[in-house]
Ligand binder design. Structure first.
Ligand SMILES: C[S@@+](CC[C@H](N)C(=O)[O-])C[C@H]1O[C@@H](n2cnc3c(N)ncnc32)[C@H](O)[C@@H]1O
Length: 230
């Protein structure tokens, strides 16, 4: 595994009092990658948890901060993002706060979520929406070249199955380590099947990583900037 860390831009701490580290969603995030625990009960609990939050989701969060952080990925990790081909898959789309930026940067986006109430908040016409569980997607193998997981659980085997060989996973946490659904870049790469590498950075309070299979990392792109861990 190799991780390239780019310098942060305007690093900022989150000071609103939400404790992401001890949040129940953090526990679920970690258990999914540690022991794969995800079943009907947990699926139903998570869907209803986010159904409850859906109406206020967009109004209580900064769309501008989300757009800027995702834009930063496409600008500073441009060499790591594959050429836009087919559709990008946005999993755990919520109310679609990242979707306009992803559409602007990629083109066609399929937006999926397990919560019907969240999907009902996605502005009409932005992207086709799909109610689906990211642990078992109704998609054929290798069908997408880009997966966006913004504040969303990682289901490693299913991500590996649906992502094209030369595709990329964008892992983004809006509140950095204080995001309830947070994993370090190292934990993401470790959990994915096979050998993966990433470029990562921070924009404001957000942290992000673009992850690719190590055999498909753009030539010359490991070890050329900032710091590298091996
Ligand atoms: C923390 S919210 C993030 C929403 C959006 N990405 C954002 O950052 O504004 C997590 C979202 O993932 C969805 N989600 C959770 N588990 C899921 C699963 N197994 N499959 C699809 N969506 C899921 C939730 O319903 C919720 O909308």
């Amino acid at each position: 595994m190799a991780i390239i860390t780019l310098d942060p831009i305007d690093p900022a701490a989150v000071v609103d009092g939400l404790d992401g580290v001890n949040h129940p969603m953090r526990h679920i995030t970690e258990t999914i990658i540690n022991d794969g625990s995800w079943g009907a009960d947990r699926r139903a609990d998570v869907a209803s948890f986010f159904d409850e939050l859906a109406k206020d989701w967009s109004g209580s969060r900064s769309a501008e901060q989300r757009a800027s952080a995702l834009d930063d990925v496409f600008v500073r990790a441009a060499d790591w993002v594959p050429r836009a081909t087919g559709f990008a898959l946005e999993l755990g789309v919520g109310s679609g706060m990242f979707t306009p930026t992803l559409v602007k940067r990629w083109g066609t986006v399929v937006a999926a979520d397990i919560s019907p109430a969240m999907l009902a908040e996605v502005p009409p016409g932005l992207a086709p929406v799909m109610r689906a569980d990211a642990s078992r997607l109704p998609l054929v193998d290798r069908s997408t070249h880009l997966i966006l997981l913004a504040n969303m659980f990682l289901f490693p085997a299913e991500m590996d199955r649906v992502l094209a060989d030369d595709g990329a996973i964008v892992w983004l946490n809006s509140r950095g380590v204080n995001t309830p659904i947070h994993l370090t870049t190292e934990a993401v790469l470790d959990a994915l099947p096979g050998e993966w590498s990433a470029v990562e950075s921070q924009f404001g309070a957000a942290t992000w990583a673009v992850c690719r299979r190590s055999s498909r990392v753009p030539p010359g792109k490991i070890g050329v900037v900032a710091s590298t861990t091996a």
